[in-house]
Design a protein around this ligand. Structure first.
Ligand code: NAP
Length: 275
């Protein structure tokens, strides 16, 4: 920490910027909450944060998925627990945060990763109920989750948050109008919250993956012709993997990312994008 820096920045930017930045256990003593943490990108994030030393509390809607993910990660020697939570439901979010506190005693890191995409087709064919659902789960729930965890992070002297956006938030994808617009809203949410959270000791950033090999996106990559078309439209060199996205999240929540705040990092295999 440089001399004279306000104390409120200490938790955000770390005692000395590179003091623990290179440590493979850079999250030792931290507790991380990961939504949609039972498959794909979320599961890879839970694993990466656990390997970095964090105690990880993960969630998703289905009990069997939570049990499977927790068993899998514990089998890798990680400190992991979890609970069911549909992020679109306020009572589920509250129950999840309380369960994380009851289990690990604190929350230092939040990765808000859940999203839905119920509509495939022309944007104007999406009805009001579809728009409401997409925004409720993908945007409002993320904001409400941040609201819930911030007081607990403040008790710890600070924290770090990542919201999972998408390359579709930067450049809308054909047939995915409401989803793309909701992911653009997350770019705005990160930018709006960052100046409010920094003085409270909390860094918030976003990650915008390109096309990543998961169940969620399989319609875009399973068929080779479809995959080439999707990658070509994005200008990406290749399909990404969940661990590649997880490493970007790890960087942003760890001391390595101590000077990065209010940004959304594109992890998209060479695709260029800006809003
Ligand atoms: N894959 C890509 O190419 C790509 C690209 C850009 C951005 N993303 C973003 O990355 C995030 C994760 O996607 P993914 O590709 O990793 O998906 P995935 O592999 O299909 O996993 C989806 C996860 O979300 C959970 N989930 C679904 N709806 C939920 C809800 N309402 N509340 C809580 N959990 C829920 C699922 O578990 P349950 O079924 O048990 O709920 C599962 O754990 C999403 O925000 C997505 O928009 C993905």
């Amino acid at each position: 920490m440089w001399r004279g820096a306000p104390s409120r920045f200490r938790a955000v930017f770390g005692g000395s910027p590179m003091s623990s930045g290179g440590s493979p256990r850079s999250l030792e003593g931290k507790v991380a909450l990961v939504t949609a943490g039972t498959d794909g990108i979320g599961l890879a994030v839970a694993e990466a944060l656990g390997v970095a030393g964090a105690q990880v509390f993960l969630s998703s809607r289905k009990q069997q998925n939570v049990e499977r993910a927790v068993t899998h990660l514990r089998g890798r020697g990680l400190q992991v627990s979890g609970v069911t939570c549909h992020v679109g439901r306020a009572e589920d979010r509250e129950r999840m945060v309380q369960a994380a506190l009851d289990t690990f005693g604190a929350i230092d890191i939040l990765v808000s990763n859940a999203a839905v995409n119920p509509h495939l087709g022309p944007t104007l064919e999406a009805d009001e109920g579809t728009w409401d659902k997409v925004f409720q789960v993908n945007v409002t729930a993320a904001a409400m989750l941040v609201r819930l965890v911030v007081p607990h992070m403040e008790k710890r002297g600070g924290g770090a948050i990542v919201l999972m956006s998408s390359i579709a938030g930067y450049r809308p994808m054909a047939g995915l109008g409401p989803y793309s617009v909701s992911k653009s809203a997350l770019l705005g949410l990160v930018a709006a919250l960052s100046p409010e959270l920094l003085p409270r000791g909390i860094r918030i950033n976003g990650v915008a993956p390109g096309l990543i090999r998961t169940r969620f996106s399989q319609a875009l990559w399973k068929d080779e012709a479809m995959r080439e078309q999707a990658l070509g439209a994005l200008g990406a060199q290749r399909l990404g993997t969940p661990p590649e996205v997880a490493q970007a999240v790890l960087f942003l929540v760890a001391p390595q990312g101590s000077l990065v705040a209010g940004q959304t990092l594109l992890v998209a295999g060479g695709a260029l994008a800006r809003l």
